[in-house]
Design a protein around this ligand. Structure first.
Ligand SMILES: *[C@@H]1O[C@H](CO)[C@@H](O)[C@H](O)[C@H]1NC(C)=O
Ligand SMILES: *[C@@H]1O[C@H](CO)[C@@H](O)[C@H](O)[C@H]1NC(C)=O
Ligand SMILES: *[C@@H]1O[C@H](CO)[C@@H](O)[C@H](O)[C@H]1NC(C)=O
Ligand SMILES: *[C@@H]1O[C@H](CO)[C@@H](O)[C@H](O)[C@H]1NC(C)=O
Length: 306
């Protein structure tokens, strides 16, 4: 040990105040799926020999990361932090023992301790991850009903602490016929892309432009058809996450026009059938195809209505 080293060592023993370790001034907020630096450092670099840095969760005594004998000790890490917590190896020599915690989950909320041992000295700080922000997507109604030919509104609210410009994408998709997922409407990088809608929805689907800054990504679907019945998903992508909510268009009621059309179908069936009776009687054997024709036209009628 050099003379200088002895002096420092002696001074540390004398003051017995331990190491002065610095951490963040405030609790931290992380983002779901993102990464965060948990700061921990000392003013002046510490000699590598005899240096030990231990990052722990206070609430569950799990070892987040360990630096010992001049190197990382990943094998000592608790399983839930393996490959997720890293020291900045270039920084350790400078007295910076911060760690990078990646792939944040809600379970990472909590208090962490950074304990630094150097010779006989110990110092520690605690770092709190107070909150893990995530995007919450809600649909006001689980199911909506409409009449054929009407417009319908599918609600989707994006509640996040993340500013709207950090929402990379919001897409409405029809998802009930998996794996055939149909794109209904797309919002990406701050713009609406109506031309990317599936042809079945082109010119029929729209956002409420003035509502988007409020996180209201409700969809208006115009001129609803029976084929529109089913499940729709409002999917929100941010840099680190994908969240979604679903809304169903339930059984479609029939408008007056449809009821009238259907009634006409019945009447035409009845007429064809009744008229075919005398034909069947007087021109024998030629009735059968006509009855078949009557039924065919009836079913055709029903298909059109639906
Ligand atoms: C972190 O997330 C990325 C992307 O989702 C994934 O590829 C990677 O395997 C994850 N790493 C860990 C350690 O979970
Ligand atoms: C420690 O290193 C990290 C990663 O390079 C850096 O973001 C942070 O500012 C450093 N802290 C100090 C106190 O230098
Ligand atoms: C939106 O931005 C991303 C990343 O910047 C890019 O990959 C993507 O092509 C953009 N989409 C459109 C439709 O411009
Ligand atoms: C979103 O906007 C639509 C259209 O203006 C409106 O009907 C709906 O109530 C709004 N949703 C919320 C939660 O404000």
């Amino acid at each position: 040990m050099s003379m200088f080293g002895v002096l420092i060592y002696a001074a540390a023993l004398l003051t017995s105040e331990g190491l002065l370790v610095q951490g963040p001034a405030q609790p931290l907020v992380a983002q779901l799926g993102g990464s965060i630096i948990l700061p921990c450092s000392v003013e002046t670099p510490l000699p590598m020999e005899e240096l030990e840095v231990e990052w722990k969760r206070t609430d569950e005594e799990a070892l987040v990361h360990l630096f010992q004998n001049g190197e990382d000790r990943p094998e000592a890490q608790h399983q839930s932090y393996r490959d997720r917590a890293h020291f900045f190896s270039e920084q350790i020599f400078k007295g910076n023992f911060s760690i990078l915690l990646e792939n944040i989950t809600v379970a990472d909320t909590g208090i962490y301790r950074c304990v630094v041992f150097s010779y006989q000295n110990v110092g520690e700080i605690s770092v709190t991850i107070q909150h893990v922000e995530r995007v919450v997507v809600t649909a006001e109604d689980q199911i909506v009903f409409a009449l054929v030919g009407e417009d319908v509104v599918l609600n989707c609210m994006v509640d996040s602490h993340i500013p709207p410009q950090r929402i990379d994408e919001v897409s409405w998709k029809k998802v009930d016929k998996k794996p055939d997922i149909v794109l209904v409407l797309l919002f990406q990088n701050g713009s609406i892309f109506p031309e990317s809608s599936h042809k079945r929805y082109r010119d029929r689907a729209e956002f409420f432009r003035q509502e988007i800054p409020k996180g209201n990504f409700s969809l208006r679907l115009k001129n609803v058809q029976t084929a529109d019945k089913g499940e729709y998903m409002c999917e929100v992508h941010t840099e680190n996450s994908v969240s979604s909510a679903t809304v169903e268009i339930g059984r479609l009621g029939m408008s007056a026009l449809h009821i009238i059309t259907l009634m006409l179908c019945f009447i035409s069936l009845l007429l064809t059938f009744v008229l075919s009776i005398p034909v069947t009687i007087y021109i024998s054997k030629k009735g059968r195809p006509r009855i078949k024709y009557a039924f065919n036209s009836f079913f055709y009628c029903i298909t059109i209505v639906n």
